[in-house]
Design a protein around this ligand. Structure first.
Ligand code: ATP
Length: 356
């Protein structure tokens, strides 16, 4: 069982930056796990500390139940793919793929066999004699993956593996990577700053900020119930509406001149909160609605493809709501917004932690 267990981990650079600042994390055997966060949050440092390329200052890293905190990188059973792929330009694809085996003095005939099998798995057949300079970006990325897989590590570590590909290739490579990981069942940790990529690929996501974990959960959990306003702001292709509000005693919350239903059992009446609601979970109506709602006027609609993001001015506050394309009302139209209580999140105004 090649899980990864991280306990109390801190990585402090010589300049005093605590890039990883007291982390506990368990990655299960066979899991596809994403480290997500803004630039500088410490995700690459965490990955490099798991790989042994940075030394842990505090805490422990266990791989497959073995403490590897002080083990050199080559003996940890990890295979890493770097952002720039780090292929050897003077070696052929075949030699690149089998380089880790050559270092381990595996016989040439076996290396050839592994190269041809791995090339098959990664759709690189026919390219084995080429040099990296004669490959497309997507092919180079697959060679880097092939090399990692051929090294037979227990754990695959990927640092922004898709960031050097253009938008279309990136989508293709994403599907390919997900299928490959499923087929191989290898425990994989990948770093990304792209939340859409993390949501699409990962079984679970760790959202990081300033070297610390801000939320750990499935893509569905971090999208639907961000644990704090930091994660709420970071996740989602359309930004979550975060609005000042006040809890009323009757299971509603007053916000933007109107009210919405909310689960308020854990919050006292009159508490000042930040109300979080995703544009996808609001319903826009042009006719009459009953029950708690927000009333406002359409300001503008942006086309998102199959949906439109409509901005509604509710008592001076702009609120985003998504509607199916070609159903957006004209600017100036009076509308009402409603939402089910389960989708209306309440956060403390002080620390931004989820209350309900
Ligand atoms: P990015 O997405 O931009 O790569 P990241 O989340 O991967 O960012 P890290 O590269 O791990 O973040 O950096 C975390 C913090 O550590 C940053 O403040 C960075 O400036 C600092 N840092 C990174 N490498 C070093 C280093 N070698 N020496 C000193 N500080 C460093």
């Amino acid at each position: 069982m090649a899980g990864i267990d991280i306990e109390g981990l801190a990585t402090v650079y010589p300049n005093g930056v605590r890039a990883v600042d007291g982390l506990d994390l368990h990655v299960a055997d066979g899991e596809f796990f994403a480290l997500l966060g803004p630039s500088g949050c410490g995700k690459t440092t965490l990955l490099r500390t798991i790989a042994g390329l940075e030394a842990a200052s505090e805490g422990t890293v266990r791989i497959d139940a073995t403490d590897v905190t002080r083990t050199e990188p080559g003996k940890r059973g990890v295979a890493m793919v770097f952002q720039d792929y780090a292929l050897f330009p003077h070696m052929s694809v075949s030699e690149n793929i089998t380089y880790p085996l050559k270092v381990r003095r595996v016989a040439a005939a076996t290396r050839l066999e592994v190269a041809s099998r791995t090339a098959g798995e990664l759709s690189l057949d026919g390219l084995l004699e080429r040099k990296p300079g004669q490959l497309s970006g997507g092919q180079q990325q697959r060679v880097a993956l092939a090399r990692a897989i051929a090294s037979e590590g227990k754990v695959l570590l990927l640092d922004e593996p898709l960031s050097n590909l253009d938008a279309r290739l990136r989508l293709e490579a994403r599907t390919f990577l997900k299928k490959l990981q499923r087929d191989l069942g290898i425990t994989t940790v990948f770093v990304t700053h792209d939340q859409a990529e993390a949501l699409a690929l990962a079984d679970r996501i760790a959202v990081m900020d300033s070297g610390k974990l801000r939320q750990l959960g499935s893509p569905r959990e971090v999208f639907a119930r961000p644990a704090n306003t930091f994660v709420a702001n970071f996740i989602g292709s359309t930004p979550m509406n975060l609005l000042p509000g006040k809890v009323l005693g009757d299971g509603t919350v007053s916000v933007a001149g109107g009210s919405l239903p909310a689960t308020t059992v854990s919050t006292p009446a009159d508490a000042e909160v930040t109300v979080g609601i995703r544009p996808e979970y609001l319903t826009l109506s042009t006719g009459d609605v009953s029950g708690p709602s927000l009333r406002g006027e359409v300001v503008v609609a942006e086309n998102l493809g199959t949906q439109s993001l409509v901005s509604v001015d509710c008592d001076g506050t702009l609120i985003g709501v998504t509607v199916p394309e070609e159903t957006e009302p004209a600017p100036g139209a009076p509308v009402a917004l409603t939402a089910p209580a389960s989708r209306v999140l309440l956060y403390t105004q002080e620390t931004g932690e989820l209350l309900n």
